[in-house]
Design a protein around this ligand. Sequence first.
Ligand SMILES: C[S@@+](CC[C@H](N)C(=O)[O-])C[C@H]1O[C@@H](n2cnc3c(N)ncnc32)[C@H](O)[C@@H]1O
Length: 224
Amino acid sequence: MKGKKRDNFEIYLGDCLPTLEKFPSNSIDLIITSPPYADRRIKTYGGTKPEEYVDWFLPIGEQLLRVLKPTGTFILNIKEKAENGERHTYVLELILALRKIGWLWTEEFIWHKKNSYPGKWPNRFRDSWERLLQFNKDRKFNMYQEAVMVPVGDWSKNRLRNLSDTDKIRDNAKNGSGFGKNISNWVARDKVYPNNVLHLATECNNKNHSAAFPEALPEWFINL
Ligand SMILES: C[S@@+](CC[C@H](N)C(=O)[O-])C[C@H]1O[C@@H](n2cnc3c(N)ncnc32)[C@H](O)[C@@H]1O
């Protein structure tokens, strides 16, 4: 395994399966990958049929499980396409199969592609989001939530100026959902935690690759 040393990182180029096999167990903090989606870009970098996808991915999933630290996180960017008027189910099947080999499916983030343009399809609308599936080995994993806080937003200026008595206590939703909020919690805060929807534009510049991530996508998870 040859790594190219540049400053404080190394890049390994190769098929991920034999490359991963050379890494020690429990040695990686974060895995972010966007494998070829089934049948999407056969002409540029190949792909696997949806029916064969789980069998293709599982040996890789086993290696990822082995190399990840118990405190680490694995993020899988993937999205199933629609075929014959139906969404394929291979991603759902993959989630179940990964759980069977020991992964915990801890979270699902949505990557909202905020620059996607309108279009017309016979029985659906423009597909503008992808899955970012989060898997962990353990329920207790490293997560630095403060590192991804976002500005509270202009709404707070007017809303928090004059607080009613109800705003100062936990006000339970009238619809009985069990959700509630104490509006006064936001006073004097300029940053708040984000939600699990990432609004990021797709990479539009030519990167000599037909499916390059926007850099902000792995960057967000690296910070977190
Ligand atoms: C959907 S693209 C992901 C690109 C990624 N979002 C980025 O910005 O670099 C899938 C990539 O996986 C690569 N690939 C396919 N099979 C692989 C394998 N067995 N090991 C390593 N990479 C593989 C393909 O060449 C392609 O570049």
